[in-house]
Write a protein of this length. Structure first.
Length: 94
């Protein structure tokens, strides 16, 4: 990755070190990796589906191959986990 972009510290995603998506794509899809980094990891106004899950649920909920624009998938994961949590709490009270 271009070091001038990688060293840009303003507006970095707080989950960048945990995420690993950019590094995973770097070897085989360098151009895509760079675009994701520029458009999501260093853009405070971006809407990253991965970041949403990190913030709402935690790293265990983020599929390794989820792209930042896959908001429907992120919503489905969040809803499924919420439903299972509600069901679990309901079962405990029974």
């Amino acid at each position: 990755m271009d070091e001038s972009v990688k060293n840009k510290s303003d507006a970095l995603c707080p989950f960048q070190e945990q995420c690993g998506l950019v590094e995973m794509l770097q070897e085989k899809m360098a151009e895509l990796s760079q675009r994701i980094y520029t458009n999501y990891c260093t853009n405070a106004s971006s809407r990253c589906a991965r970041r949403r899950l990190y913030e709402e649920i935690g790293p265990r909920a983020v599929p390794s191959l989820m792209l930042p624009g896959q908001h429907d998938w992120a919503r489905q994961i969040a809803e499924a986990l919420q439903d299972s949590t509600v069901a679990s709490k309901h079962a405990e009270t029974q």
